[in-house]
Design a protein around this ligand. Sequence first.
Ligand code: UT7
Length: 351
Amino acid sequence: MRTKIAGIGKYLPSRVVTNEELTHYMDTSNEWIIERTGIEERRYAERHTETPTTMAANAAKIAIERAGITAEDLDFIIFATLSPDYYFPGCGVLLQRELGITKTEIGALDIRNQCTGFVYGLSIADQFIKSGMYKNILLVGAEKHSMGLDYSDEGRQVTVIFGDGAGAVVLQPTDKEGQGVINTVLHSDGTHAEELAMINPGSHSGYHLGTEKFGYPNDDKDGGLFVTQKMVDDNMLVPNMTGQLVFKTAVVKFPEVIKEGLEKAGLKKEDIDMLVPHQANLRISQFVQKVMGLPDEKIVNNIQKYGNTTAASIPIALCEAWENGRIKDGDLVCLAAFGSGFTWGSALLHW
Ligand code: UT7
């Protein structure tokens, strides 16, 4: 028994934010952003009415319909995001409610693996399906980055990259020859955890980091507050990234983990019909394409339109490629991701 993608859907908010618009908020330029990242525009969610959960529900409804089931048929939800609606509870149960699922014979799991969230989620779902425990799993990746970014000059390196959106798949068992997930490969290395991170708000005191950069939220004078005035005043409630370290590590780990998956499956890189990399930076994807020796028609790049949507980027790109007829039944599809953690991984599947 293998795991197949029975239905897929995506949702992108309607508001298009061009590079030119960002130049109104910070010292950047269309030329710089295109040259360094390939991004031309991204989408931002509607500030008051759209959340990762509502966007996920929009994508999920399409995936559920395409799978030929109803929301009530789902027996498990896996939600990957780094920008959840609430600190807790996670978005899994919120999505259950948003989809109108009232039965309680269902589980909801939230995973926090950032850019690798979809690959990690697929691996988890695959184990549940292969063990026979579940038959209809909804896996989503959704992000609303636009509310958590630093729009000052200080944040420009990070802010120009990210966009909002959601992608979803319904996973089911299949015994059809030549269909389904072949393998997933997962890796992590916590050595560089703070190099691509949003440290605050958090339950740390800041002291262990040995620097004032990330604040001292639990100083006695703050009474152990989670968010302090100092954090607000010193602009500490934003993500930070050592861009070049992430870039240099990503271009090594992407090809490595793709080759590892191929080797384990006894396949060659020439066997890949479509590579769907996490949309981190067009230059990273182009580098990976070159190392893997793949022609343009065998790789999906849509970061130009949507920016980096973290956990949502792979299901959005996969969905778009399938909707455009670029992925057909039986095709060997490779998913690969690298990001915050650092975590990285790959998945090989026959469509
Ligand atoms: O999803 C996975 C997570 N993220 C990634 O995979 C991102 C990986 N890293 C990257 O994609 C790249 O490192 C960035 C696109 C983030 C940055 O590109 P870079 O070529 O590494 O630029 P840099 O950070 O080395 O900065 C080069 C210059 C600096 O100016 P000086 O010091 O040379 O005068 C920056 O201050 O570019 C400046 N800069 C900008 N200029 C205009 C940084 N951000 C901007 C900006 N607009 N937005």
